[in-house]
Design a protein around this ligand. Structure first.
Ligand code: CA
Length: 239
């Protein structure tokens, strides 16, 4: 079996070494880049399973690399985990808006990093596995939640939820990628066109209303403090 190939983009030599040492020891195949420009060159040459991307890089920034990967020259859907300084919530939000999949704050333990990589790879794999099925049938089913994308209907334990178009779009968006964090801006971009929804605050109001309608299942939508919302993939009814 081919080893999982990780690209580490980090300009600080000691962090780069520590991370690559631990990843190699954990059985990963590793390539290192010292700058954003080098990362883009690597991505053009080789295929990776995951990119660990430091945001603070000299020259081309991590955010620029992320944007280039998602919609620019180096078009590439490889999962990206951002490496950020602690407390830089605005950086994390900017990174997620640019298309990064997850983040980890420095300093981090190698164990936590490896667990995070595995979790992102697992989610990415699951997403791809289910994507074809979902598009074909136009349905998303997670436990007792059933979303009919064609009919714009959502049922919870068989009961139809009376949702507005915006509420429907938000829940469908989150449920399509369980476990992934969506920023308010990403939600705004995705549901735009249905109602006049332009502010992050409007998203909070919509989610509040949506949760209320979901009743006992409100916990399926998790607030990620300072960042946005995500659908809890491991949500279990408590009673
Ligand atoms: Ca750095």
């Amino acid at each position: 079996m081919l080893k999982t190939h990780i690209l580490i983009v980090e300009d600080e030599a000691d962090i780069q070494q520590l991370v690559s040492y631990n990843l190699i020891r954990a059985g990963f195949n590793v390539t290192c880049a010292d700058s954003g420009e080098e990362a883009i060159a690597c991505l053009g040459r080789e295929k990776f399973d995951c990119v660990l991307l430091d945001l603070m890089l000299p020259g081309m920034s991590g955010l620029e690399v992320c944007a280039a990967m998602r919609n620019g020259k180096a078009d590439n859907q490889t999962p990206i985990i951002m490496l950020t300084a602690k407390g830089e919530e605005s950086d994390i939000v900017a990174g997620l808006d640019c298309g990064a999949d997850d983040y980890i704050t420095k300093p981090f333990s190698p164990k936590v990093l490896i667990a995070r990589i595995k979790s992102v790879l697992r989610r990415f794999f699951e997403d791809n596995k289910h994507k074809a099925e979902r598009t074909e049938k136009g349905r998303i089913v997670i436990n007792s939640l059933e979303i009919d994308l064609g009919r714009h209907e959502i049922r919870l334990e068989g009961n139809l939820l009376q949702l507005t178009m915006t509420e429907f779009e938000i829940l469908a968006l989150l449920a399509e990628k369980p476990g992934w964090v969506f920023t308010r801006q990403q939600i705004i971009d995705a549901v735009r066109g249905y109602e006049f929804l332009v502010t992050p605050r409007a998203i909070d109001v919509q989610v509040f209303g949506l949760r209320k309608k979901m009743g006992w299942a409100y916990g399926m939508i998790e607030t990620v403090r300072g960042l946005g919302y995500r659908f809890k993939s491991d949500w279990i009814r408590e009673n």
